[in-house]
Design a protein around this ligand. Sequence first.
Ligand SMILES: *Cc1c(COP(=O)(O)O)cnc(C)c1O
Length: 457
Amino acid sequence: MAREYAKPRIVEHREGMLNKFGEAASTFIDSIEGVKVASLVKEFGSPLFVLSERIIRQKYNAAYREFSLHYPRVQFAWSYKTNYLTSICAVYHQEGSWAEVVSDFEYERAVRLGVPGEKIIFNGPYKSYEALKLAAQRRSKIHVDSMEEIFALERVANELHRPVEMAIRLNMDTGIYPAWSRFGFNLENQEAYSAVARIQSSGRLLLKGLHCHQGTFILEPQSYATMVQKMTLFASRIRDDFSIKLDYLDVGGGFPSTNTLHTQYLPGVQVNPPIGKFAEVICGELMKYSGMFERPPLLILETGRALIDEAGSLIATVVARKRLSDGTAAIVLDAGVNVLYTSNWYKHEIIPAQAYSDIIENTVIYGPLCMNIDVVRPLMLLPGLSSGDRVIIRPVGAYNMTQWMQFIRYRPAVVMVDEKGSVHQIRRREDLEYMNELESIPQHLLGKKPKARAKKG
Ligand SMILES: *Cc1c(COP(=O)(O)O)cnc(C)c1O
């Protein structure tokens, strides 16, 4: 291949320095799930999200096994906001997962996908009255977030002429700071107890479960032990005071993927606790208290990122290379923070997708936006790449295909490689047609020439 001309440069080589944690420079990877990067780009363009159905199923089953080994009644509910592409949700539902939704839109999407009402968990700080009523009619698992939602459900129960089953979201001190106290009812200040008292006194609402999602990318499994302990003690208190018998405890999501946070020194693959560790702690703690219940409560998990992150890769193309004024190497990719929201939090792996021979040096990786904040990686060791070269960015399966922005550029296509290695486009690239579909232009702005300006003076 003909090499592009680049200005000669002098780079300091450091020999013999001890670096216990140094990683070998990665070689290139030119295929994903057995499919060549070059052929994927040829057919679907660049940038391109690629999801592996095999990894999704494998991760799901491995996680489910970890929990069901330690506890008799386990149910997973797929966190839609983590990745709600319909094909992705369909894979999880095929595996037996319920849906966990946090908005009217996500609720509608789950219904449209054929998820039975009672297998949809409806979370989130804002649910419209209409959506709450529909969810109650379908007997979904409604988790109230505020007093207002309790009042709304009382109204719904009146309108339906029957009691409505529901659960409440709790927030509490689990030793993770800053604690998320904005969602649900606080346990320590008795807000949660008051909410239960109100639910009980309404006579029209039946409290069936307790929910807590303490945060995300939690690196301390022990915090879940604290959570389970506090939840079960609260369950016993409301049983004694109000004769409430709960069916389930929902510990939310929050387990980390193998991604590496900007604040982490060592790679996430090495230091983030695996899901089995969390399973052990959560189930172990729950078993301690299970005698308290007539029947062990159903344990619900709303795991998002830890189940899907590793199944997703992003193929991107180098569109330019530069030297910054201080001599630092830089490349510009065709994918930036517009499609890779998680680059705000993570040092993703970025791997060349073809053989290279240039030296490896610290490089800044920019995206394609005409915005100074569009940085995919502030600095990483990378060989000199030329325009047209491809890279694979991973893991990116969680929170990118939902948080991506239609900003400046079209959002790219998404493909899924099935277990047999066949490639399916599960979302096409956006185009002008799609962009214009929602807009309309008033008649008086159509087909007119520029206004003649009045002459000055
Ligand atoms: C986002 C969210 C989840 C999933 O969280 P992860 O950290 O991705 O596992 C689960 N439950 C609720 C209520 C959420 O808001």
